[in-house]
Design a binder for this molecule. Structure first.
Ligand SMILES: Cc1cc2nc3c(=O)[nH]c(=O)nc-3n(C[C@H](O)[C@H](O)[C@H](O)COP(=O)(O)OP(=O)(O)OC[C@H]3O[C@@H](n4cnc5c(N)ncnc54)[C@H](O)[C@@H]3O)c2cc1C
Length: 318
């Protein structure tokens, strides 16, 4: 594999290709082991080049955005981890904003407000990047980010750059087709209309205040761990609100601990790293929540967070 390192370094320069890099600082959980190789790419061309080299060398690829929805194994992630760092945002047409996959959602929100463009302001405070939000179809207070997406530019595993209309992205609750196809988003187009910056800022402020009231933002976490039950397939017992947090709470698991992992007393669908948690602690607590909720209420909790490096295939490892 020294050959792969050499080829990557030839393409991107010595300093940009890093070996055995701990991933904890690149995740909001602040835990997890190293990537064999870590490379930050700034746009479609760089991404393409890195993918070509990895495919040629048979090195698996894992994409990371803001690391706000992942649990990285203590043993780390084998192969090349690519962090998306492109940050270009522009008005593609008077009603469409094109944003790089590596741009933070917060950066996108700030940019649109500054330019008097309405649509994204309520997403203020959503951690992570445009690419991560598209991958998992980020949701907030009953809205899905896909409601604003017009199209996504992406790389297919065969290296083709495609523009895919939103209707073909398979968007659903916590789902986009990227989770199956292993395509990598390069940028997304969002629908906007004109708005008054002061009014938009007020909506953004209200979203931030809502998050502050309802989420344990002072602790390291990856947001909600479990998807909410699906009314079509899950039968939540009467008297319990149909949310994963309510099920974990009613199962008596608020404040439950495994090592340094803890179910947040403020929001039972958040597991926090209470200082020094390992990925193994988090996984043990996740499994305990699933087991207990299944035993008590017969509901199978599904994970919203993406586990990387635990063996088996992650949803988007090449
Ligand atoms: C405090 C807190 C609050 C949160 N609140 C919310 C919330 O209100 N609503 C919500 O939906 N989520 C929430 N989350 C979860 C998280 O912010 C979102 O899921 C976010 O969209 C993840 O984006 P990311 O860039 O951090 O993705 P990452 O965590 O880096 O990656 C998540 C998955 O997306 C894949 N991915 C990332 N970029 C790309 C790309 N360009 N192409 C293909 N795949 C890609 C990764 O490989 C991985 O499988 C919260 C998290 C925290 C910590």
């Amino acid at each position: 594999m020294t050959d792969f390192t050499a080829r990557l370094r030839q393409a991107f320069g010595d300093e940009r290709v890093r070996r055995d890099v701990p991933l904890a600082p690149f995740t909001t959980f602040k835990l997890g082991g190293p990537a064999d190789w870590l490379l930050e790419v700034r746009g479609a061309e760089e991404l393409h080049r890195a993918l070509e080299l990895a495919v040629e060398a048979h090195v698996p690829v894992t994409v990371l955005g803001g690391g706000s929805n992942v649990l990285v194994a203590d043993a780390g992630v084998r192969g090349l981890v690519i962090r998306m760092r492109g940050r270009t945002v522009q008005l593609a047409t008077p009603t469409l904003v094109r944003a790089d996959a590596g741009l933070a959602i917060n950066g996108l929100v700030r940019w649109t407000i500054l330019h008097g463009l309405a649509g994204l302001e309520a997403w203020a405070g959503t951690p992570g990047t445009v690419g991560g939000a598209v991958f998992g179809n980020a949701h907030f207070r009953g809205r899905l980010i896909s409601e604003l997406v017009e199209a996504v530019r992406l790389f297919t595993p065969s290296g083709e750059l495609m523009e895919v209309p939103a209707i073909e992205m398979g968007f659903d609750y916590d789902y986009s087709r990227l989770q199956q196809t292993r395509e990598i988003a390069v940028s997304a187009d969002f629908r906007v209309s004109s708005g008054e910056p002061a009014a938009l800022r007020e909506i953004a402020r209200e979203s931030l205040a809502f998050r502050k009231r309802t989420q344990p933002l002072e602790s390291a976490s990856a947001g909600c761990v479990f998807q909410n039950p699906d009314p079509a397939r899950d039968r939540v017992p009467e008297g319990i609100p149909p949310s994963a947090g309510a099920l974990v709470d009613r199962a008596g698991l608020k404040d439950a601990r495994e090592g340094g992992a803890r179910v947040s007393p403020a929001h039972a669908n958040f597991i926090v790293n209470d200082g020094g948690a390992s990925a193994r602690d988090i996984r043990a607590l996740i499994d305990r929540c699933k087991r207990t909720v299944k035993e008590r209420f017969g509901v199978e909790l599904r994970e919203e967070i993406v586990s990387l490096g635990f063996g088996g295939e992650s949803r988007n490892t090449w």
